[in-house]
Design a protein around this ligand. Structure first.
Ligand code: F6R
Length: 607
């Protein structure tokens, strides 16, 4: 992960670098640093912790110069200390790096044999010393890049500043994305268009293997063979402006409340305004020979994929496999030419999901990405894209992006079902109506925030908890458990309710809270039996259901919340909201950092 920024131009670099780092903090917030160059000297300031700590430090001792590099870190090699914070520097060079240098140990030993002394535990420091050694032989920055980059194995994007070259920054990409922007006051290099928002909306992306010389008024791209190449300009349309909390206590809470609008935006984009049918910007012609779907994603996005499996199998009668991208990327045999591979991602930059896309492309599969960030790598590299229209999601724990993913996948399932003639136009319209009515029900659950706060007050001091659900509620149980883990640091597991007796029931005693999602569905009686199994072992039951289901479960729960009844197939979109609220209020009561939980980052660009 990590975010990097570089600037060469005519105005003070420090405020530009700090501004960009604030935009990039969703990539990591373990430590931050900047380095600038003036009169042949590299000036450095680094601080462990969030960017505010760096800001306080540079306010006391501002760094001079009209060019510089900056970094916000998500620790991979070495603790989040000042010594391990980027930029790393020698007298002649400073470097920032996103990614992992896999052969760093070999390179480090070889440099140490030559007498190089390392001052950090990071893999990045080898890049620094390789550049330094190359310059000391009299090489220019360009010659040093040509010599050093082929020695690096792994995934990286870097920016390098040279004390003796006051107009040149070298950037390189091997894996994680790197974008160049040119504005009125100079040139920029950043981890993504988000970093460059506010400075310019004309972006050029480095392709894999490219390196680039960034100067005040010119940018020269080189491909992996060193040949000078051109890269297309894309426009980010200013979508990356600063995002406020709009009076909410946390970004996460604001994003939870935005969810009815996200569903409405997806419906506006993908439902025909007069015919009331699903209308997607993709061609069925490209998909008519598809025999199987493989859905690939990570974390919360993977759970959206698990929900989509139920929908696609029901509406489109197509076999669906859902795989965690970090597992699938090393199992090429699971893909074949007649597969449609669907990639789900908020950021569109998750390294494992991108690797799975690359494998699918090589195999000749059809590729469709469901992404939130336009112009992200997944959007650019997959054959078809459907956007989730969630808008910038700042809270590290995904909420509204998941809602957008579910809404898009729901529509895609209906669309495919209709095209394959597995559902009639009547069924399409009837199901669509359930989705069209959903925002009203979401609003109604948002009005019940206080009830979830009360339920959270019973849970936030627990050390463990279970979430149960069956069928469409099983992925939501896992999503609820993930939210609790990441926000409250409480160990939580999501299980299919029927699976409990095959092992996890041994965990249940009077100290174990068990949250059950129990909408009225044909499986309600089965879920009720599973709840009784937990009660018989003294487990504490917490119920989220509708009027009908809860009427069958009187006097069972420590606490319960009644939410509206909706069409069964859209229950995942409604029931995830209570799960998000619970996790949110548990974290608030516990006093953890809701928007930036420990050890995490918003965009996971390392494997
Ligand atoms: C959890 C969460 C993560 C992401 C995962 C994939 O709240 O946000 O589990 O869902 O890191 O990220 P994207 O969707 O950007 O590929």
């Amino acid at each position: 992960m990590c975010g990097l920024i570089a600037y060469v131009g005519t105005v003070d670099a420090q405020p530009i670098l700090l501004d960009a780092l604030k935009r990039l903090r969703y990539r990591g917030y373990d430590s931050a640093g900047i380095a600038t160059l003036s009169q042949g000297n590299i000036h450095l300031c680094r601080a462990p912790g969030k960017i505010e700590a760096l800001e306080e430090k540079v306010a006391l001792n501002p760094l001079l110069g009209t060019m510089g590099i900056g970094h916000t870190r998500w620790a991979t090699h070495g603790l989040p200390t000042e010594a391990n914070a980027h930029p790393h520097r020698t007298e002649h060079v400073a470097v920032v790096h996103n990614g992992i240098i896999e052969n760093y140990d070999t390179l480090k030993k070889s440099l140490q044999k030559k007498g190089v002394v390392f001052t950090s535990e990071t893999d990045t420091e080898v890049i620094l010393h390789l550049f330094d050694a190359s310059l000391s032989k009299g090489n220019s920055p360009q010659e040093a890049a040509a010599e050093v980059l082929p020695q690096l194995e792994g995934a990286y994007s870097i920016a390098v500043l040279f004390a003796q070259y006051p107009h040149t920054i070298i950037g390189a990409r091997h894996g994680p994305p790197l974008a160049v922007g040119r504005g009125e006051n100079g040139s920029y290099l950043g981890s993504d268009a988000f970093a460059l928002g506010g400075f310019t909306d004309e972006i050029q992306y480095l392709e894999d293997g490219d390196w680039v010389e960034v100067m005040d008024r010119s940018v020269t791209f080189h491909d992996r063979d060193g040949l000078v190449v051109d890269r297309p300009i894309v426009h980010s349309h200013g979508v990356m402006g600063p995002v406020g909390k709009d009076g909410f206590r946390h970004y996460m809470l604001k994003e939870i409340y935005e969810q009815p609008s996200v569903v409405n935006r997806v419906l506006e984009a993908y439902v025909h305004p007069t015919q009331g049918t699903v209308n997607l910007p993709i061609e069925y012609e490209d998909l008519k020979d598809v025999k199987r779907c493989v859905i690939l994603a990570c974390g919360t996005s993977y759970y959206a994929g698990l929900v989509a499996k139920y929908w696609l199998e029901t509406f489109a009668n197509i076999p669906v496999e859902v795989d965690i991208a970090s597992e699938a990327r090393y199992r090429s045999s699971s893909l074949c030419k007649d597969c449609l591979c669907i990639f789900i991602s908020q950021s569109g930059e998750t390294a494992d999901t991108l690797a799975a896309l690359s494998l699918a492309t090589q195999t000749g599969c059809q590729t469709l990405s469901v992404v939130n960030v336009a112009q992200s790598s997944l959007d650019r590299l997959s054959r078809m894209t459907l956007f989730t229209f969630a808008g910038p999601e700042i809270g590290v724990a995904s909420t509204k992006a998941f809602m957008g993913q579910l809404a898009v996948l729901a529509l895609f399932s209906l669309w495919l079902g209709r095209r394959k003639n597995h559902i009639t136009p009547h069924i399409e319209k009837a199901r669509l109506q359930g989705l069209i009515e959903l925002p009203i029900h979401l609003e109604s659950v948002l009005g019940q925030a206080q009830d979830f706060q009360t339920m959270a007050s019973h849970l936030y001091e627990k050390r463990h908890m279970l979430f149960l659900g069956r069928n469409l509620m099983y992925p939501i149980a896992m999503e609820g458990a993930l939210k609790v883990k990441e926000l409250s640091y409480i160990h939580a597991e999501g299980y299919p309710a029927g699976e409990l007796k095959h092992g996890p029931l041994a965990l249940v005693d009077s100290h174990m809270p068990v949250v059950v999602f129990v909408p009225s569905t044909p499986l309600i009686e089965k879920v009720i039996s599973n709840i009784q199994e937990v009660r018989a072992r003294g487990g504490q039951i917490f119920l989220i259901g509708d009027e009908n289901s809860l009427s069958k479960l009187e006097d069972v729960a420590v606490s319960e919340v009644k939410i509206p009844g909706v069409q069964e197939w859209v229950t995942p979109l409604l029931y995830v909201l209570p799960a998000q609220f619970l996790a949110y209020y548990m974290a608030c009561l516990k006093g953890t950092d809701v928007d930036q939980p420990r050890n995490l980052a918003k965009s996971v660009t390392v494997e």
